[in-house]
Design a protein around this ligand. Structure first.
Ligand code: ADP
Length: 506
């Protein structure tokens, strides 16, 4: 744990940029890596040096451990920050980095290993006195055994992959008749996603909330909990909107959750930033779900209500410095919300969108934070996660934060590809969401209705501008591609046209 000067950021997109910014604020140099598909990405320019690491498929670039370590060596880095996704939760990567004489900005490989196996994590949590979702603490070998366990737990149950993540290898089983095919489906999905098909069982809880606790731990034995994040707005077990604090968490419950989270982190000798995920039942009982041994996508909402830079704290801990966070019962100040802006078409079953971003206007102004990874001219491909950016706002109350998020979403203009913006505007307008009356099944229940709803005229404007500009662009490029027959007529620019449309209210 020695101080370092230069950090290789083994990631891309918004998280690479986020880590590079933190490095610069800590007085460190950052080295970026990029695949062939990312040559023009903002994270490449933001870094001190950028190293090409191969072809667009992640297996040939961002997941290639040897190439990343080689890039760190040739650019004389002393540390590697994995970001989230890609190799961030692969114990062999953390080990390889350490073996190469570099510092891994993250927890020890042993902690990643212990928490990466969900049944081992459940056993450890039970031993540490943390309540876990009722279910098995060992893998179930086949559907017959699973049937016996399910009968004991009572249906409905959830089959889950031992190596799980991203909602993959997970199947809801409502009764015995569904079990055999669900088992086969989950097993093969887990095998494909993780190279390991082992499954275990959990009782399927009725309408819980997803509540998670951010923790930070340093080498001086301090483990600090930075309150909760409410992440119940999910689609297919993937989070879309996150908040801090949660309307469902009282100071007393926050204390109990924090105690459970620090016990969980302590039990695996954790270091740096991590997240303990819980399900909170409507009865107020909570259960350990899993631990993510890395920086989380939604970390900014915690940063805004606690005034802490989690990535800078990660960099400090990795250099053997103490956490800068105060001790004692930390309480959140105000309210923060994050909307994940993804390249997905909400009106087409969230189909991932590809194409060039022609124009991008990010929201700004008081209380608004835009953690983006793309800019105009960038091509969005299917090689990587569809996350384009995170829009995060802060307000002194939840109502103020909601109002600010709606204002910020109205300012966002993305031309060239569909995005989740239209979807977020609709969720923000929903009375249930506004009351905080949500659980993990919320979108499943109301998603279709929300998407069918008419938006208020003032909300449609940015979407209409984006659509008009895109149509104009397409017309212009089709005209340019056609062989010239006569000199092209002088035409107004797309901006002039958009302004005209707006002034006539179109
Ligand atoms: P992954 O690691 O694949 O993301 P998690 O265990 O974190 O899987 O669960 C993801 C989401 O699935 C949770 O946030 C919740 O919405 C739902 N979920 C998981 N376990 C249960 C359960 N036992 N009962 C009800 N919903 C669950």
């Amino acid at each position: 744990m020695a101080p370092f000067k230069r950090v290789l950021v083994a990631n891309r997109g918004e998280v690479a940029l986020r880590v590079i910014r933190a490095c610069h604020e800590e007085g460190l140099e950052a080295v970026a890596v990029y695949s062939d598909a990312d040559r023009l990405s903002p994270h490449v320019r933001a870094a001190h040096v950028a190293v090409p690491i191969g072809a667009a498929p992640a297996a040939e670039s961002y997941l290639d451990i040897a190439k990343l370590i080689e890039a760190a060596r040739t650019t004389e880095c002393q540390a590697i920050h994995p970001g989230y996704g890609f190799l961030s939760e692969r114990a062999p990567f953390a080990e390889a980095v350490t073996q190469a004489g570099l510092t891994f900005v993250g927890p020890p490989a042993t902690a990643i290993q212990a928490m990466g196996d969900k049944t081992e994590a459940r056993r450890r949590m039970q031993a540490a006195g943390v309540p876990v979702v009722p279910g098995t603490t060992r893998p179930v070998p086949d559907h017959v055994q699973a049937g016996a366990e399910a009968a004991r737990l009572g249906y409905p149950v959830l089959l889950k992959a031992v190596a799980g993540g991203g909602g993959k290898g997970m199947r809801l089983v409502r009764d015995e008749a569904e079990l055999e095919s669900a088992f086969q489906g989950a097993e093969s999905e887990a095998m494909k996603a993780f190279g390991a098909g082992e499954l275990y069982l959990e009782k399927y809880l009725d309408r819980p909330r997803h509540i998670e606790i951010q923790i930070l731990a340093d080498t001086y034995g301090r483990v600090v909990a930075l309150g909760e994040r409410e992440c119940s707005i999910q689609r297919r077990h993937q989070k879309l909107i996150e908040e801090a604090p949660s309307v469902a968490v009282t100071p007393a419950l926050r204390r109990r959750l924090s105690e459970a989270a620090t016990a969980a982190a302590g039990s695996v000798g954790y270091l740096g930033a991590g997240t303990i995920e819980f399900l909170l039942a409507p009865t107020g009982e909570f259960y350990f779900l899993e631990m993510n041994t890395r920086l989380q996508v939604e970390h900014p909402v915690t940063e805004l209500v606690f005034g802490v830079d989690i990535v800078r704290e990660q960099l400090r801990v990795a250099q053997g410095q103490p956490l800068r966070v105060h001790s004692g019962a930390l309480q959140p100040r105000g309210h923060a919300i994050e909307c994940r802006i993804t390249a997905e078409d909400p009106f087409n079953d969230f189909l991932p969108a590809t194409g060039m971003i022609r124009y991008l206007q990010a929201p700004s102004g008081p209380g608004v934070r835009w953690d983006g990874g793309v800019e105009a001219g960038n091509e969005v491909t299917l090689f990587y996660d569809p996350l384009l950016a995170k829009l995060i706002v802060w307000g002194d109350t939840r109502a103020a934060a909601l109002q600010r998020m709606r204002r910020a979403l109205r300012e966002l203009v993305i031309v060239g590809i569909p995005s989740s913006q239209a979807f977020h505007l609709r969720v923000l307008a929903d009375p249930d969401f506004q009351r905080g009356d949500v659980d993990v099944t919320y979108l499943e229940r109301v998603g279709e209705r929300l998407l069918a709803a008419e938006l208020a005229p003032e909300l449609i404007q940015p979407l209409a501008i984006a659509a008009a500009l895109l149509a104009e662009e397409q017309r212009a490029s089709a005209a340019a591609a056609a062989p010239p027959t006569a000199p092209p007529p002088a035409r107004p620019s797309v901006w002039t046209l958009a302004a005209r449309r707006e002034s006539v209210g179109g």
